[in-house]
Design a protein around this ligand. Sequence first.
Ligand SMILES: Nc1nc2c(c(=O)[nH]1)N[C@H]1C(S)=C(S)[C@@H](COP(=O)(O)O)O[C@H]1N2
Ligand SMILES: [Mo]
Length: 479
Amino acid sequence: MSGESRAFVGSAANDLVVAITPGEIISFSIGTFGTGSGTLAFVVALLLAIGAFALAAALGFVAAENQFGTVAGGVLAGMTATAIAISLVASIGPSLAMGGVVGGYVLLVQWLSNASIDVDRDEDRRRLLTEVAGVLGFTGIAFLLGRRASNVPNPEEFTPLFEDRPAADAAEREEAIAAKLAEAEEQSLGVDGIPGLVSSIDEFYEVDINRINPRIIADRWTLSVSGAVENPLEISYGDLRNGPVEDRFITLRCVGDALNGQQMDNALWTGIPIDVLLAEARPRGEYVMLRASDSYYEGFSLSALQNGFLAFGMNGSTLPRKHGYPVRAHIPGHWGEINVKWLEEIEVLDEYADGFWEEKGWHGTGPVNTVAKLWAVNYLEDGRTEMGGHAYAGTRGIEAVEASTDGGGSWTRATLSPELDAEDAWRQWVYRFDPIPEEQEVVVRAIDGTGTIQSRAESDPFPSGPSGWVRVSVLRQNR
Ligand SMILES: Nc1nc2c(c(=O)[nH]1)N[C@H]1C(S)=C(S)[C@@H](COP(=O)(O)O)O[C@H]1N2
Ligand SMILES: [Mo]
């Protein structure tokens, strides 16, 4: 059950307009046009919202006018329009909804005041053009503003993570998290231009199929474990938080990340292991489909899910809306896409089924490729050059990072940050070297915990994630 919020709307008004709920319109347009055309889907959603508003207001207006006269008609039309406007705001955000409302209103007035337009008359044509331009201009601005305004954080994000626990227990848990974060901070190499070992909530990358993230009321949310299980479950947010809570460092990387891209981050997540739920549900199938409130779904093997984690906290805060509030999945060592956010169903399947991205040709459900990123080149006071970055190989771990300053002819081991107390986390590396000729190609590669060198063969992110060694051309510093 999604428990999606339609804040501000009384339930009667909500029921009235449920047939035109823009959340559904948005899912529909994404389903129809896909996410490659997210902007198109969004514009279509807005246009449908305008149409719904104008139609409903017009119906209210006409019905009321026939019964009660113009003033009462106007009031009723206004009330209908307001109820719809409020519902729009609750589900698609204030600015965008306003665009829909004003656009709809202009269309409505146009229709009421001038049911027939003579396009041969200059005056009529000019007025029509002005109005259409006005509607388009306003919806355009609302579109731009709405994109930002509608992904506002949930108020819950600012409440302490363990607010519902007894004070002593909450304090102990908060201290444990603070200690882990402080230790990671201390272990960070502190190289200029590379992020720390823990990404802040703001800088943690974000990949969504939807332009407007679900806004979920945790108290109305449940997670079901369904399908091929002996004992189907329905778990509440409270149940989940009362489970065997742990804090884990987990790194995520998107399969669509560029070889040396930035869609790779690490955080300290608070949640419960999934195996306790599975033990209770007693699965009979070998595959699963995780389903989310934004109509996202990803299918993979039950064995990968067994090691999974359900997070409701991030870096000591309540899980932010943009990272899946109230609950998201983490599947150790696998590409980011199966780390489903806004999770609401774990369906056990007898046979493998494609997820959202696999239906579009991606192969992003498996373990990550090994990578060493080269994120900074610095010129030191002592004349040496310093370079550094992060390396990640999922649950295989990083054993070493090697750097070459002669284009791959000879290799030297870089200095690594200490391993975090984690099964699925990145490490930082730094390498400093003496002055080089005018221009030099430097290359880096990681060696994973099984002793395997990062694959040299270059490939694009599509369909199975990027591979190859990061190469950067470095100029000698002029001093
Ligand atoms: N419900 C839902 N879960 C999702 C996605 C999504 O669009 N919807 N995107 C996935 C992808 S492709 C990645 S890489 C990760 C990114 O997680 P983040 O946005 O918290 O960094 O979330 C995954 N989980
Ligand atoms: Mo992704």
